[in-house]
Ligand binder design. Structure first.
Ligand code: ADP
Ligand code: MG
Length: 309
């Protein structure tokens, strides 16, 4: 798949303070890319640089292989974004709001307006006043506004903020539909992994302006299901090893530093425990030696939640 957006060593300094630190990543067409990190991590600042709202201190951003600083107008034409709350006239209908935005461009006809309304599934309510909309519907009207000029890249900064689970589900379906059927590349930012997990193909975890990790949902799922290393402190190491090996075929088990080191899937752990206890071996301690990716994610998101409180 071809790359739509690419950041190369992008850094942003404000008042000599590094806010975004040497970010490098790329996003493919049809991909939903989650930008995750605690408040103050630098997500909005990065998004503003991509959207041309902030200058870039150093590094380069490319859209469709073109440097956005050198092809400003063209690049901005490829982007539809909701960075702060989308502007809306709440005493007008959703449709009239779209017409107002459409007038800012010179090539958007009624057909395109109806098309975006369909894309965000607002057909039934589009002639109602925006003040009667739920937050989720307003959010989807915002997405419709951002899509009017047929961008290749849709950027939504913290789109799930304040949405209830139903609203998040609707948004997720809308985005997935757009990525699949419109070949659109979507960037969403959030401080909550739990929401992003259900929405994105790839995650970039950012903290203090730096990339901590980039992962795809596929490799997260594979790794979470894979083996974890546990250490067991028991009073009879040899007997324990023998009993476990007899009962669990091909288990990966060694004695190291007076402990049993076992690599197994999580669900095997309880079987190992039972074997040890049932064979009158005293068990003093079990500890996990390797974190699952899920655990690592939780650590990051939990620390971010703490910062918010
Ligand atoms: N215009 C600005 N002037 C000074 N500091 C800023 C400005 N914009 C952002 N920052 C700082 O940069 C850091 C990252 O902010 P931001 O990109 O909004 O993070 P996020 O969107 O991940 O919550 C924060 O510490 C914020 O205070
Ligand atoms: Mg932000």
């Amino acid at each position: 798949m071809s790359i739509l957006l690419e950041l190369k060593n992008v850094t942003k300094k404000i008042n000599n303070k590094i806010i975004v630190d040497n970010l490098t990543f790329s996003i493919k067409k049809g991909e939903i890319f989650g930008f995750i990190g605690p408040n103050g991590a630098g997500k909005t600042t990065t998004i503003k640089m991509i959207c041309g709202l902030y200058s870039i201190t150093s590094g380069d951003i490319y859209i469709n292989n073109k440097n956005i600083s050198k092809n400003r107008e063209e690049s901005l034409g490829c982007i539809g974004a909701i960075v702060e709350n989308p502007e809306m006239y709440k005493y007008l209908s959703g449709k009239d709001n779209l017409k107002i935005i459409a007038r800012m461009y010179n090539n958007i006809n009624e057909n395109r307006i109806n098309e975006v309304v369909k894309l965000v599934k607002l057909e039934n309510r589009i002639n109602d006043k925006v003040k009667t909309y739920s937050l989720g519907m307003k959010q989807r009207l915002g997405v419709a506004q951002a899509l009017l000029h047929k961008p290749n890249l849709l950027i939504l900064d913290e789109p799930t903020n304040g949405l209830d689970p139903m609203g998040i589900k609707d948004l997720r379906e809308t985005l997935r539909n757009l990525a699949n059927n419109e070949n659109l590349c979507v960037v969403v930012s959030s401080h909550l992994l739990s929401e992003m997990e259900l929405m994105c193909d790839t995650f970039c975890i950012i903290n203090n302006g730096k990339i901590m990790d980039i992962r795809t949902l596929e490799n997260i799922k594979n790794k979470v299901n894979s083996k974890i290393k546990f250490s067991f402190k028991v009073d009879n190491l040899d007997k324990a090893k023998e009993v476990i090996q007899e009962n669990i075929k091909n288990i990966d088990i060694v004695i190291d530093n007076n402990k049993l080191i076992i690599s197994c899937e999580k669900h095997i752990l309880s079987i190992v425990n039972k074997l040890i206890i049932n064979n009158d071996i005293n068990l003093f301690e079990i500890s996990t030696l390797s974190n699952t990716l899920e655990d690592e994610f939780l650590e990051i998101t939990e620390s971010s939640n703490k910062q918010i409180r």
